[in-house]
Write a protein that binds this ligand. Structure first.
Ligand code: Z5A
Length: 217
């Protein structure tokens, strides 16, 4: 059983459906932190370690991943995260550096739990086992309707991966699942209207940072 670590850095995560603008906001936030003299570590899930990147390939594009069951998929996302937490996130936070991750355990709660319909108590247990005490200080949920997300992605997504080929019902469940999760976890999760211009969203995120730093202490 893991006990608390001497965390000094702030741990921020970004969540939302594909195309909601996570990468865009992470880039803007990182640039603004760098201007303030901070050097945040940027991660994306699944991935971020060499084993995690291999798992990412299996989950998204490898032909061997096509027949993965929901249960196997859940365990693979959790395995990638368990490695990332111990190899990268915890040591970085302990060194006092800010960590920003594009997706983390909430993606599993929503995609594998709500959308793939794996019982929530099973997902919660596996998530807890994978991350231990390493829970984000603050999570930004970029909420966007599917039609707008698809219009944004249309310009780039000629080769959709295994999950991007899911049904419209699946993505409706993802959006609903995120909003329900945010309503349950109001202290940690901030919901942002991702249909607004990028600069406006970025300003709201900056506004929440002071609070995240207090929570992280
Ligand atoms: N997954 C899972 O099932 N379980 C898990 O536990 C985890 C993940 C961790 C990872 O996908 C997949 O794995 C994901 C969930 C699943 N699958 N799906 N679907 P990924 O890493 O390949 O990609 P993604 O996380 O879904 O994100 P993305 O497609 O890269 O999108 P994004 O980063 O959120 O958006 P973006 O690249 O910043 O923006 C998209 C476009 O919109 C781009 O052209 C921007 O210039 C534009 N944009 C951004 N913001 C705006 C605003 N505000 N206005 C107008 N246009 C904008």
């Amino acid at each position: 059983m893991e006990t608390g670590t001497a965390r000094k850095g702030i741990f921020l995560t970004f969540e939302g459906s594909e195309g909601c603008g996570k990468s865009t906001q992470i880039r803007i936030l990182a640039e603004s932190l760098c201007r303030d003299g901070e050097e945040p570590l940027l991660l994306r899930e699944p991935g971020g370690t060499s084993s995690g990147e291999a798992i990412r390939h299996l989950l998204q594009h490898a032909p061997e991943g096509e027949a993965l069951t929901p249960e196997a998929e859940l365990l693979l996302f959790a395995a990638s995260r368990a490695q990332l937490v111990r190899e990268v996130i915890r040591p970085t936070l302990e060194a006092g550096r800010t960590v920003i991750s594009d997706r983390f355990l909430d993606s599993t709660t929503v995609y594998q739990g709500v959308a793939r319909k794996i019982p929530p108590e099973v997902v919660a247990r596996i998530n807890a086992f994978a991350v231990g005490v390493c829970v984000p200080d603050m999570t930004f949920l970029l909420d966007l309707d599917r039609a707008t997300a698809l219009a944004r992605l249309g310009r780039r997504n000629q080769n959709p991966d295994r999950i991007e080929r899911e049904s419209e019902e699946f993505f409706e469940a993802v959006r609903r699942g995120y909003l329900e999760l945010a309503a349950r976890e109001k202290r940690r999760i901030r919901v942002l209207d991702a249909s607004r211009p990028p600069g406006e969203i970025a300003e709201q995120i900056r506004g929440f940072l002071g609070e995240a730093k207090l929570i992280g202490r």
